[in-house]
Design a protein around this ligand. Structure first.
Ligand code: ADP
Ligand code: MG
Length: 258
């Protein structure tokens, strides 16, 4: 198992956003987390990546405890993520945005940087080459010199993937990567996710697009009001009465909106 989440809970005031959740993610698999809005999915990602501390429970990555550690430590150990709301630097180029991702892992430190040492330029060039390689692999090398704020929304998602991959993660957390994308762009994202898995990266994905989830995931965890209500293969989850009930409930609620 690459990631093990054991009895993890986190409350905000009286609200149990994540309530005693346990699951594990085998190496090189694609696991999905689904559930209605407010189910606690993003909070769970924040607990894994270190943006939030759990109130209780443990998280193991490669057999080592990571819960409560700062985000940069967890990132350096090989956990990378994308955000539900894209967080690119809009006034930097696409290439620079990807290089920022890579710097989290760079070796020559601050001192080499201020003294402008050759070790630092060599590393800079290496980072640039790797970053260009990642853009190329994702089919967006043509965007390298453009300002990230000026490219299409769907391309921004792909650049976010590139930045997360620049860290050379073992585990990639994707928070609603298809949100706001059309069918064509969603199909492109599905293709990219498969390619990333083929590179040996394990993927944990939160997503509302059911056809995407059913198509790409090996296993699905279902959250509702912070609790895990089901876990299993896509074909079993689709037939699970409890899962059907919460999703139909959500549709009913939407129908009732004016
Ligand atoms: N930082 C926070 N402070 C207070 N409440 C929060 C915070 N983050 C999330 N919540 C609440 O926790 C619940 C779960 O939120 P979230 O994890 O974002 O759900 P999801 O991603 O499944 O839509 C929601 O009710 C949300 O309002
Ligand atoms: Mg969310």
């Amino acid at each position: 198992m690459l990631l093990e989440v054991k009895n993890v809970s986190r409350a905000f005031g009286g609200l149990r956003a994540v309530d005693d959740v346990s699951f594990s993610v085998p190496k090189n698999s694609i696991k999905a987390i689904i559930g209605p809005n407010g189910a606690g999915k993003t909070t769970l990602f924040n607990l894994i990546s270190g943006s939030l501390r759990p109130d209780s429970g443990r998280v193991f990555f490669n057999g080592r405890q990571i819960q409560g550690r700062p985000p940069h430590t967890i990132a350096a150990r090989g956990v990378s993520r994308t955000f539900q709301n894209i967080k690119l630097f809009h006034n930097m180029t696409v290439l620079e945005n990807v290089m920022v991702g890579r710097h989290t892992r760079s070796r020559s430190g601050f001192m080499a940087g201020i003294f402008n040492l050759p070790s630092c330029w060599r590393e800079e060039r290496e980072i640039e080459n790797r970053s260009r390689g990642i853009l190329d692999m994702l089919g967006v090398s043509g965007l390298a010199g453009m300002n990230a704020g000026n490219i299409a929304f769907g391309s921004q998602r792909i650049v976010e993937f590139a930045r997360a991959l620049a860290l050379e993660p073992e585990l990639l957390l994707l928070d609603e990567p298809a949100a706001g994308l059309n069918m064509h762009e969603t199909a492109e994202i599905a293709e990219i996710i498969r390619k990333i898995r083929e590179m040996g990266v394990t993927i944990l994905i939160i997503e509302h697009d059911m056809s995407l989830i059913m198509d790409i995931s090996d296993d699905i965890v279902v959250l509702s009001s912070g609790k895990m209500i089901a876990e299993g293969r896509p074909s079993d989850i689709q037939k699970n009465p409890e899962v059907i009930r919460i999703y139909l409930g959500e549709e009913d609620a939407q129908d009732q909106e004016p």
